[in-house]
Design a protein around this ligand. Structure first.
Ligand code: CTP
Ligand code: CA
Length: 241
């Protein structure tokens, strides 16, 4: 069952992908952002379409052309991304959270541009935590499962973790504990110690909810996307249509 060399193992499956990076507005002309390019999410969308999936992309500030055949929902900040995922998740067979979502957002947004006033005036930026969309989605599914049984969407939830090691823990150890803490079915771990945001090639380890490695991939974002989607498809394999 192949099509141009690509396995059509996601035919009829609905795959929801978040891509890009959120921007948290400080005032009308400034925001807090991150270096996510959206390329990994885009590669996932192209690969999922090639495997036969129906794809919805929740795109946070991605300046790339929408993959032909994908449905696109544009969002700006973490709160908008959270709302879009909440609105879409029940229709998705798989959710892949490739977007870099801000952990903190300004406690309030200035309605007009923040100006310099006195000579050495420096404003303080107060931040509050954003919603952890991945954790919320996993929790919502658990609650729904306990009420109505096994068959709840998204059947497969995938998180991403870009880690640098830190004092006392390697990046792999941090990813393993993140996998266990988040409870996503799969966590794509990427060691970014060398700084690879936006780079063409990447290397990842795919961990399950216990933090055990189930696959690894090295090469282009397309290679990584297909390795991940093969895992997603095999987990969806036993889910009825
Ligand atoms: N994520 C999310 N909501 C947030 C932050 C992150 O859904 N507010 C998702 C990301 O899309 C990603 C996964 O959680 O799929 C892991 O993101 P990461 O930043 O590595 O994890 P955090 O729990 O935010 O931990 P850290 O303190 O290392 O940033
Ligand atoms: Ca984070």
């Amino acid at each position: 069952d192949e099509h141009g060399g690509v396995v059509r193992d996601l035919v009829g499956r609905r795959v929801l992908i978040t891509a890009g990076g959120t921007r948290e507005e400080i005032d009308p002309v400034r925001f807090l952002a991150n270096r996510s390019s959206g390329k990994q999410g885009w590669a996932l969308a192209h690969a999922a379409l090639a495997r036969g999936a129906e794809v919805t992309l929740i795109a946070a500030n991605v300046g790339l052309e929408t993959p032909p055949g994908a449905r696109r929902v544009d969002v700006g900040d973490a709160a908008e991304l959270a709302a879009a995922v909440a609105a879409e998740r029940e229709r998705a067979d798989a959710l892949v959270m490739a977007a870099a979502v801000a952990d903190f957002t300004p406690a309030s947004r200035a309605v007009s541009k923040i100006k310099k006033t006195g000579e050495d005036d420096v404003p303080t930026l107060d931040l509050v935590r954003t919603e952890d969309v991945l954790a919320t989605t996993v929790r919502a599914r658990e609650e729904q499962r306990s009420r109505q049984g096994a068959d709840v969407s998204p059947h497969v939830i995938v998180g991403f973790a870009a880690e640098t090691g830190q004092e006392g823990s390697s990046s792999r150890e941090l990813a393993e504990s993140k996998a266990q803490r988040k409870g996503a079915d799969l966590l794509v771990f990427n060691d970014v110690s060398a700084g690879v945001f936006g780079a063409e090639d990447t290397a990842v380890e795919i961990l399950d909810a216990r933090g055990q490695e189930v696959a690894r991939a090295e090469g282009t974002k397309t290679v990584v996307a297909h390795t991940l989607l093969a895992q997603v498809a095999s987990r969806l394999g036993h889910v009825p249509w």
